[in-house]
Design a protein around this ligand. Structure first.
Ligand code: ADP
Length: 275
């Protein structure tokens, strides 16, 4: 490989890589042009050990996401999407490579500081909702707010706004077991957004939902991405869900193999979700 530096423009970000440029660069060593990337992954590798067998779930992924981008990661089951999600969210440690969130290298932090960064900066949405079963919907939202470390009290007007948009106003006193799957996910979205996190990471957020609830969840993720200038990264195996993103990355066998522009920029949003 020669040492010549080439500049390559993508839909929403600019990277540098040493020549040759014909191959996709996002799986190679990526150097940021500036420090403006809110999420930066460099040569990420994750190997799981299962007894004597080692499974390499992520094979040297490099990726840069700019503030305000909506990135979808698509790929078949077993391609490493969830592992990448856990790495980028600081929920698991990389075998090698690094993750830098808003200029802070996860590896430079001890466990407590890493947890703090995660709780303060990132809102998570999971396929299985992950609501605490013994708390009401409201209790789940309140506890997420309380552990985020925000000093100011929870903004009740904002919660009302979120609840109205997610059509969960009448459901907040109920426990998860008393809610439908769609309602649980809409509560989980409110829980993720109540802290106004800079980054929203969603792992198959529509995976367990019917079309109407999927639309409501996607609508809300898109709306908060636009209105709060959030950076959103959503894992999905549903190409339709992915198409709302500004950028779509395709994974296979632990690597990002292709990148495409999504249609988010052209999408009109209704005022509120209809469920
Ligand atoms: P996806 O989200 O695309 O379905 P995953 O990241 O869950 O992919 O899995 C990628 C690969 O890593 C698969 O081969 C899977 O079996 C393996 N894997 C995932 N989690 C673990 C684990 N905790 N221990 C061992 N292997 C795992």
């Amino acid at each position: 490989m020669g040492g010549k530096v080439l500049r390559i423009k993508f839909a929403a970000s600019t990277f540098y890589e040493t020549a040759p440029a014909a191959r996709p660069i996002y799986n190679k060593s990526v150097q940021p042009e500036t420090s403006s990337q809110i999420i930066l992954a460099e040569n990420l590798v994750k190997v799981y050990a299962q007894g004597q067998i080692q499974v390499t779930a992520v094979r040297g992924i490099s990726l840069a996401v700019e503030p305000g981008e909506f990135v979808a990661i698509v790929g078949p089951s077993g391609s490493g999407k969830s592992t990448l999600f856990y790495l980028l969210g600081g929920l698991t440690r990389a075998t090698s490579g690094r993750v830098v969130i808003d200029g802070v290298d996860f590896a430079s932090l001890d466990d407590a500081a890493r947890t703090r960064l995660r709780k303060h900066r990132i809102g998570f949405v999971f396929q299985k909702f992950n609501l605490l079963p013994t708390l009401s919907a409201m209790g789940n939202i309140e506890i997420a707010y309380s552990i985020s470390g925000r000093k100011e009290p929870m903004d009740m007007a904002y919660l009302d706004h979120l609840s109205e948009m997610l059509s969960i106003q009448g459901r907040l006193k109920h426990r998860p077991s008393e809610l439908s799957g769609g309602e649980q996910q809409r509560v989980a979205i409110a829980r993720a957004l109540i802290t106004r996190p800079a980054i929203v990471l969603a792992d198959e957020p529509t995976g367990n939902l019917d079309t109407k609830n999927s639309d409501a969840v996607l609508h809300m993720l898109l709306r908060s991405n636009r209105e709060l200038g959030q950076t959103t990264l959503m894992i999905t195996h549903n190409p339709e869900a992915a198409s709302i993103a500004s950028r779509i990355l395709y994974m296979r066998d632990g690597e990002i193999v292709r990148e495409e522009k999504g249609s988010r920029a052209d999408m009109e949003l209704p005022a509120a979700a209809t469920v």
